[in-house]
Design a protein around this ligand. Structure first.
Ligand code: NAD
Length: 498
């Protein structure tokens, strides 16, 4: 049985006390590898290596660092296929979907390749006689990223290219459910010429996370995962003096107005709800049908849900793979039962689906619930599975109030033909990422990704300019040279411009 090791200081290592846990293939239910579980000693080894690497990496030139990024980007292109298959085998998503996440992650590397432009500081000439001011930003030191299972390549790629290109060294603690992508990426960085110790991977669960949150050698922590853990990470890391960005869970609403092209809307909502088996933080989990759009919309959604092809992620033509674990499959199927018991109409029932030859896989089919109300568990909880709940609203105003009352605020979409409605929606909605006739509005890498309310704890979204800001700190330099200085007499009053 293959054991997936940590990656510290440029090579794989089993770590100090290698306890391991199984990594399953969700399509078959079979254990396919084991991953080492790190603790405080492994984190300490990684911090020591990363701190030593920081001494030279932070002194390397901007062009040396961006050249590594260009090489890394090319390797991601060349090895996309291998990485996509690794992701699919451990996560369960289709190989096509895995290619998509690699592409979106690679875009952050492309953003980092252009760092020379975005990292430029400002210069103010002659702010006072003979005095100039400029600013520049410097890296923090050793920084850590703690990431969820649902995008084992893309979410870490939101973090490490920006952190590393700005001169930091990085320790990644990926999800223990699909850990191999992190090691594959570490190998690509090595081939790209990244010095040892700049990118490290420590595997594990809570003990590894806790060690990262409290280690005095770590300057900043980026977290993406569920809201309760995001709150915990934010509190722990902040109280240990670290800068923290913590992105949490979601309940994403797609509001459909009666003037929308309902066939178009249903098509996109279906893909947004069931793509990657609903295990996306930007998945559409609630459709808010406004006015007389509802019955026709539900009819089309039913037809589309029944057309979704469920199967193993490596089978051609599959739209949707299994859930990540047996526990996730059971949780999602129980949630459909609870919704029914609480009065929702189960329009399409995905429970109990068996796939020939994959009877032990963690499959569940798409479920469509109608007449869901905001009091029901299916509305209140992040189900993180292929379940779409339809809630009915009388007007755009009521739909906006409903979305705004939800504790999450990650993504939302409006389907409409009205520019006026779209403008009202985007100005009033309390959500960080908005799609107008776009169901899963994940921002491009040169913008920043982050929700509002319980979907983002703290104030720092990820990648883009916010990422640069997060991984660097500014210095402002006020300069005067002696020849000019002689013209000014030193005074004891607080200095002002003249
Ligand atoms: P999770 O919160 O269970 O795990 C995330 C990370 O935290 C993992 O590395 C895990 O090992 C670690 N962790 C888990 N329990 C911990 C604990 N008690 N103490 C310390 N560390 C712990 O999330 P998940 O199930 O891997 O991923 C799904 C969740 O992530 C969903 O809620 C989803 O919405 C969210 N997510 C959010 C975004 C976003 O951008 N907002 C993106 C992707 C996923």
């Amino acid at each position: 049985m293959n054991t997936i090791p940590h990656w510290i200081n440029g090579s794989p290592t089993q770590g100090s006390a290698p306890t391991t846990q199984p990594v399953f293939n969700p399509a078959t239910g079979a254990e396919q590898a084991r991953v080492v579980l790190g603790g405080a000693a492994d984190v300490d080894t990684a911090v020591t290596a990363a701190a030593a690497a920081f001494e030279t990496w932070s002194e390397s030139s901007l062009s040396q660092r961006t050249q590594v990024m260009f090489a890394f980007r090319q390797l991601l292109v060349e090895h996309e296929e291998e990485l996509a298959w690794i992701i699919s085998a451990e996560h369960g998503k289709t190989v096509d979907d895995a290619r998509g996440e690699i592409t979106r992650g690679r875009e952050v590397v492309e953003f980092a390749c252009g760092l020379g432009d975005v990292l430029k500081g400002s210069f103010s000439d002659q702010v006072s006689r003979g005095v100039d001011v400029h600013d520049f930003r410097q890296p923090l030191g050793v920084v850590a990223g703690i990431t969820p299972f649902n995008f084992p390549a893309m979410v870490p790629l939101w973090m490490h290219p920006v952190a590393i290109a700005t001169g930091n060294t990085f320790i990644l603690k990926p999800s223990e459910r699909d850990p191999s992508a992190a090691n594959f990426v570490a190998e690509l960085y090595r081939k790209a010429g990244l010095p040892d110790g700049v990118f490290n991977v420590v595997h594990g669960g809570k003990p590894a996370v806790d060690a990262l949150l409290t280690h005095p050698g770590i300057e900043a922590v980026s977290f993406v995962g569920s809201t309760p853990i995001a709150k915990y990470v934010h509190e722990q890391a902040s109280s240990h003096g670290k800068r923290v960005q913590a992105l949490g869970g979601a309940k994403n609403h797609a509001v459909v107005l009666p003037d929308a092209d309902l066939e178009f809307a249903a098509n996109h909502i279906t893909a947004g709800a069931y793509g990657s088996a609903g295990e996306r933080c930007m998945a559409v989990s609630v459709a808010v049908a406004v006015g007389d759009a509802a019955d026709e919309l539900v009819d089309i959604l039913r037809r589309k849900a029944n057309e979704v092809k469920v199967g193993p992620g490596d089978a051609p033509g599959t739209d949707m793979g299994p859930l990540v674990t047996k526990a996730a499959q059971e949780r999602v199927e129980n949630a459909v039962g609870t919704a029914q018991a609480q009065g929702a109409t189960v329009v399409v029932d995905g429970r109990g689906l068996k796939i020939d030859g994959h009877e032990d896989g963690y499959f569940t089919g798409p479920s469509l619930l109608d007449h869901v109300t905001t009091e029901m568990d299916a509305y209140q909880e992040e189900l993180f599975g292929p379940v779409l709940a339809v809630v009915r609203a009388d007007s755009l105003d009521q739909a906006i109030d409903l979305v705004n009352a939800n504790p999450y605020g990650n993504g939302t979409a409006l389907f409409t033909a009205s520019g006026e409605a779209a403008r009202i929606f985007q100005r009033r909605i309390k959500v960080g990422m908005i799609g107008i006739n776009v169901p899963v509005p994940v921002p491009m890498s040169y913008y920043s990704f982050g929700g509002w309310k319980d979907s983002l704890i703290g104030d720092s979204p990820i990648h883009g300019r916010e990422g640069i800001r997060f991984y660097t700190r500014p210095k402002v330099v006020t300069t005067r040279w002696p020849a000019q200085a002689q013209q000014v007499t030193a005074g004891f009053t607080f200095p002002t411009s003249n």
